[in-house]
Ligand binder design. Structure first.
Ligand code: CA
Length: 357
């Protein structure tokens, strides 16, 4: 037996023994409880709202025969350890944003957002009807997980700045917080990209440790109080045009579930994606009005800055070219996005241009 299969069998043996010891009465009644680890604290805007919705939807739809025990970041494993915890069987499932796992495989970036990528609508078109789910499954097979999209923030703003950005030259040396592939792209423009956890952004801006930061959107950004430490808010962003959240179930656990329970998780995840996106869009509209009323200057980047972002994003995307699965995911995503985007522009775009004149 090689080391890998030994570890896998040990982990499975441990899980089976623990399940038998702790959950025998529940299983005897046909009930299941899945431990779900997340990457944020309980009550965290948008992220945990989606995790909570997913948990409640599964519990209700199953009539209590399938329950989710949600464990916030740090209670069972750390925020970024959820991937390994579910892959190894230490936890049954996670709710997270998969661009945190680009180091495990760069294909994961596509299942949150890529710079100059797709809007939430374009992403879900690809995911459900353009081959995205199948590629997600293929990626999941490598790590022993079955994954679903389960939340979406919508397009994320370019972020908060203490000084106005008048040209691409202003990006040089700018100390800016931005994660994911977008952050790698921003680094290519000459900015100094910083990794600052969500809970520390306010302090980093207030102390002057960073010059600016992106977070999620008006609703969540307002709750962090970023309007108190920055005057300029660039509402259009290149880096996360429609960021999805995901939920993954350990593959052995998934295969042990009844078809009804599998369908409940799948449909609850889909409902969560829809609910979460509309929560963001509705909440962001109202929050932006409040921010403007209290003095935040709402801005747009000049064209040459957008051009710098475009060039830098392509460079960041090309860095992983040559990985066979990454290339296939990218080609599939881009083909679907270009096709559905063209139709959306010709239909919704043509309509809203007239309506909003
Ligand atoms: Ca963000």
């Amino acid at each position: 037996m090689d080391r890998r299969s030994f570890l896998k069998n040990s982990a499975l043996g441990g899980t089976a023994a623990a399940t038998a010891a702790l959950a025998a009465p529940a299983i005897a009644q046909g009930n299941r409880t899945l431990t779900m680890v997340t990457s944020v604290p309980d009550g965290f805007a948008i992220f945990d709202d989606a995790a909570e919705y997913l948990k409640n939807a599964v519990n209700t739809m199953s009539g209590g025969s399938l329950t989710i025990d949600k464990k916030p970041a740090g209670s069972l494993v750390g925020a970024f350890e959820v991937f390994d915890a579910v892959s190894s069987g230490q936890a049954d499932m996670y709710h997270s944003a998969e661009y945190y796992f680009g180091g495990q495989h760069p294909g994961y970036y596509f299942f949150t957002a890529v710079p100059f990528g797709g809007t939430a609508q374009e992403l879900i078109n690809w995911y459900q009807h353009g081959g995205g789910q199948e590629l997600h499954d293929e990626l999941g097979q490598i790590f022993g997980m079955k994954t679903f999209l389960a939340g979406n923030t919508g397009a994320q703003p370019g972020g908060w700045f203490r000084k106005e950005i008048e040209s691409a030259a202003d990006l040089q040396g700018l100390k800016f917080r931005m994660p994911g592939l977008g952050g790698r792209a921003l680094g290519n423009t000459g900015a100094s990209v910083q990794n600052v956890p969500g809970g520390e952004i306010y302090q980093a801006l207030a102390s002057g440790a960073i010059d600016g930061a992106e977070w999620i959107g008006p609703l969540a950004d307002e709750r962090l109080g970023l309007q108190e430490v920055c005057e300029f808010y660039y509402t259009g962003g290149f880096h996360e045009p429609g960021s999805a959240l995901s939920s993954a179930v350990n593959l052995d656990v998934w295969e042990s579930l009844s078809p009804a329970h599998q369908s409940i998780i799948e449909n609850a995840a889909m409902a969560t994606h829809h609910w979460s996106l509309s929560q963001s869009l509705e909440g962001n509209g109202a929050a932006l009005q409040r921010l403007q009323a209290s003095g935040t200057k709402v801005m747009s980047f000049p064209d040459d800055v957008w051009e710098a972002f475009r060039v830098a994003s392509l460079q960041a995307m090309d860095e992983f070219a040559g990985d066979e699965l990454y290339d296939r995911i990218r080609a599939s995503f881009e083909a679907s996005r270009d096709s559905s985007a063209a139709w959306i522009a010709a239909s919704d775009g043509a309509f809203t241009a007239q309506r909003d004149k």
